[in-house]
Design a protein around this ligand. Sequence first.
Ligand code: ADP
Length: 716
Amino acid sequence: MDLSTQSSLLAAIVSLALAVSMLLRTQRARTFSLFALVCLSFAAWYLARFLFSITGAPFWLRVSFATAAMVPSAVLEFLLAFLGIGRARRERNFAFVAGLTGWAVATTPLVLAPAARAGAGLLLAASLAVALALLQRRMRQVSSRVERQRLAYLFYGGGGTLLVSLLDFLPSVGIPFPSLGPLATIFYLFFFSHTLQVYRLLDLNEFLGRIAALSALALILAAIFVGLVVWARDDTALFLFNTLVASVVVLSLVDPLRTTVESWVSSVLFRERAELLRTLSALKVRLAGIIDPLHVARVCLDTFHESRRITHGSIYLLADSRPGFSLIDSRGPTPVPFLDAGAARGLLAIARSGQKAVLRENVERRIDEIRQLLGARGQATELAEDDPFRVKLVEESKLLSEIRSALNAMKAGICIPLIGADRVIGFLNLWDERVPEAFASDEIALMLEVGEQIATVVENSKLYERMRERDRLAALGEMAAGLAHEIRNPLGAIKGAAQYLAPAQVGDDDGEILQVIIDEVDRLNAVVTQFLDYARPVKPNVVPVDVNEVVDRTVKLLQVDLDESIAIELQLDPAGPMAMSDPEQLKQVLVNLVQNAVQAMPAGGRITLSTGSSHDDPAGFHLSGRSTDFVEIRVKDTGPGLPEEHREHIFVPFFTTKKGGTGLGLAISQRIIRSHGGTISAQSRPGEGAEFLIRLPAAEKKSEAVQPPEGQAASA
Ligand code: ADP
């Protein structure tokens, strides 16, 4: 079997495989089906050529002409669909005439006349060239540089393949030339199928780079093999021995050579990329020694910035105070300082779906695609508003628009969600504004690894902080217990002594001074008790609790000592679920909050306590889609509110603005609520009073033992 016969068979098999792989795609666009048709027509033609060259039967020559006659039309229809061209009368007519001529030759005795065969073959080749010219025409029209380059690859590749295929016919006119057409064709079809599936130009570059590397490697290995084997071909024993030696040499060289050749090809063809890859690999090693998230952010962004491959870089992390992500650090023009959970919805949905990065160009492309699909299908089939396909597309395009706005706000070309234990804890954003599709797949893969490392550092630093806090509190607790004991005993004695002197019976001034001693001793005692409370580890005894009842009970208790100028209002949600809580500790928190509110309104005012329920994770931070129900308790007052500069400190131990305050009330409350797996936060607008929101995990179901309020029971 000669080279031409063998390569024809190979081309038939590969074309057939390409066609099948296209047809097996689940969501097949029309272009894919037409491409499969092109591959099938090539497969049929090459198969007929193969059968003709091994049998020499004129029948297969006829079949080969009949199948070749179909190729131009298939190619033309595919290219028209690929380029989105609707009308091409001239080209279609030409392909039709060429096809008809092919059939005329195939079905008549003309097939035996070499001149007729050559004429028909040239006509078919010409009509293929006309079809390819469409690519060139479109190449000149498109404004996008990337698209133009993509079409240029296809056009020149197609032209080259056609030329090489024509050279295949040189031997039939007596000029010896190796048959390379089938190989060139399968290579081109393979490249085209890759183009159809991969939009990113850089991936195509990479694809070409790999092929270049592979070819270089094959050549080097073949040279070694041939060098060792050829000189011994006359001596069979030596030949066998050398073949064995050559195989061993090739086998042991293949791996190291591949790495060297690949890195050599990539440093020659894509120098910038090789540099970025090197920098990122070094960065990964450097990051391993850092535990502070701010430091990590700085090092990462500096590295990217110094590589001069980005114009914008930023890192956002999940905010503690409100749902959303705060900007931690950035390079280039500053993006928005805060991305709230609503704006991040689309990105979170993407992260939940398992996608590791969002690329601006992919989002834009899909938005365009959907716009076209909606337009085209809407016109063609008058899709009803509620057609499920349409509804799905509309939803997707809404989500994509949200993603696009978030990318714009964060000035991101590529956005990598940072994934913590089970939730998105931030975003790493990079962008090179100067070039579209600035990053190649392997660069993105390394960026993803950097993102993973940032996420690990952030998670670890939180863990470390928690451990430090726990150790600090344990030490503090021990100290406090001893100290409290030492202070309380003399305090008891002082108070007892002062009381013994009976301030009421002593004269005016002395009696007042004695009362001051007793009051201050009480205050000191309260401070020590609170401090002890703060330092002691909180171990809540959580049970399903009706928070309405706890709120009600607490308010009744407090109301006894309340000034008349303070009004307390209750807005309890009777349908709210039970919370998992320790009722005594919850009461302690509520007392704290109400007392703070009372103290904030010396001239009187209103305190509103309300209950309700909410859903954890309204923004979808959780990757598993898991979400918990929460019971909410709000304590709102009409006092002066919390100034902005105080708000982030009020939960810090010993922060107080009150003369006799300890600054421990809110710190203790926060510890208690956190130990319940809940949160406590403060909101306030200047002049509108302060509002504290407690969120506790809901119990599974409201217990049946809880009696509904009477009115409801009667009406039910
Ligand atoms: P303390 O009450 O001993 O000062 P807290 O931890 O309870 O300690 O409160 C810390 C600070 O938070 C208070 O000093 C006050 O400035 C502020 N604060 C707390 N509750 C309110 C409120 N309802 N209105 C205004 N400011 C408040």
